[in-house]
Design a binder for this molecule. Structure first.
Ligand SMILES: [Ca+2]
Ligand SMILES: [Ca+2]
Ligand SMILES: [Ca+2]
Ligand SMILES: [Ca+2]
Length: 335
């Protein structure tokens, strides 16, 4: 066979493989876009703004113009500081869905506090005639609920007892409401009838309600709305699509982008002998490593301490000669 014919055959073969792969979603799988793209109506990543990054036009407004942004679960997040601040998405017809999924990351400073807030279409912590759906935090619980025109409420609750990041997801449709935490189901509630969107209040709001100020204290990140009920498999895939490391709140001072200013909780440093203390053996922990005072040979002591001269606080050694010798990681008090 001629060289040219071989090349033509090869090109043809590659073309067929590409067509087959695309039809079977092969590239979707390797790029991880299967779940995140399909039926995604709105996505707020809160990278210092409240825009809907899908381009579907569901941009929100920082209504009282007082929201802060801080280091989040993925990049930046909304940072609520008990000021009654909220984000207004509003009453948009395209969000009056009979089948949908809501998901977001939240990190509560004090999970046990009552009536904190969350996400709701209508008024949070209200009777069923005042909201269509909510995901709201109070007293160590998250409640996910919907209401029907006869003002009946259907809800599933889950507990939250720590101040770590958790991934919350509510899927609703075809008479079934399911709540997930970190990809794991927390309960299912069957319901009858349609979800009612003709309530006294229909604004979709993040943080607190528009009329009543609740004091949400913590962060919310990566809020998404889909127009269908994700399956348990979809939910796990979505949860796993978020990076497993390098975020503020994983208790490790991640080298990239984290420092004592934007992530003090991960990057603060402790020293058991409270700094430079030659006569006590101490241990320094800067969340990425721990080092212990030790004798370096002869009369020399390697003294561990928290050094804040750089952009992050890290444990370092300072060497010091001991006048009466070094023993067991500390200078001897006398000869
Ligand atoms: Ca974000
Ligand atoms: Ca971290
Ligand atoms: Ca020390
Ligand atoms: Ca010491």
């Amino acid at each position: 066979m001629e060289k040219r014919k071989v090349v033509v055959y090869l090109v043809f073969l590659v073309a067929i493989i590409v067509v087959i792969s695309v039809s079977f979603g092969f590239f979707d799988k390797i790029t991880g876009n299967v779940i995140s793209e399909k039926g995604l109506l709105a996505h707020y990543s809160f990278e210092n703004n409240v825009e809907d990054i899908t381009g579907n036009g569901y941009d929100a407004v920082d209504f009282p113009y007082m929201i802060k942004y801080d280091y989040g679960r993925e990049g930046q997040a909304l940072d609520f500081n008990k000021g009654g601040e909220y984000i207004l998405i509003g009453n948009k017809e395209g969000l009056d869905l009979q089948e949908f999924t809501l998901s977001f990351w939240a990190k509560l400073n004090d999970p046990s506090a009552i009536y904190q807030g969350g996400i709701g279409k209508g008024i949070l912590f209200s009777p069923p005639e005042e909201f269509s759906y909510v995901m709201e935090f109070s007293a160590g619980k998250l409640k996910a609920a919907i209401t029907t025109p006869v003002n009946q409420e259907f809800a599933v609750k889950s507990s939250v007892t720590d101040n770590s990041w958790h991934f919350w997801l509510m899927s609703v449709g075809k008479g079934r409401l399911e709540l997930y935490k970190d990809g794991v189901t927390q309960g299912i509630k069957d319901y009858e009838g349609k979800i009612d969107y003709v309530k006294r209040k229909n604004d979709l709001v993040i943080g607190t309600s528009r009329e009543i100020q609740y004091l949400f204290d913590g962060k919310i990140d990566e809020f998404k709305i889909w127009n269908y009920a994700l399956t348990a498999e979809d939910v796990l895939e979505e949860y796993n699509s978020y990076s497993a490391e390098n975020y503020c709140g994983n208790t490790v001072c991640d080298i990239v982008n984290e420092n004592k200013e934007n992530c003090a909780e991960d990057c603060s440093c402790t020293d058991s002998d409270k700094g430079i203390n030659y006569y006590e053996k101490g241990m320094c922990d800067d969340k990425s490593k721990t080092i212990v005072d030790n004798c370096g040979g002869g009369d020399w002591l390697n003294e561990a301490y928290c050094d804040d001269s750089g952009s992050e606080v890290i444990c370092k050694f300072s060497s010091q000669g001991c006048p009466y010798g070094c023993s067991e990681g500390a200078c001897l008090g006398s000869a």
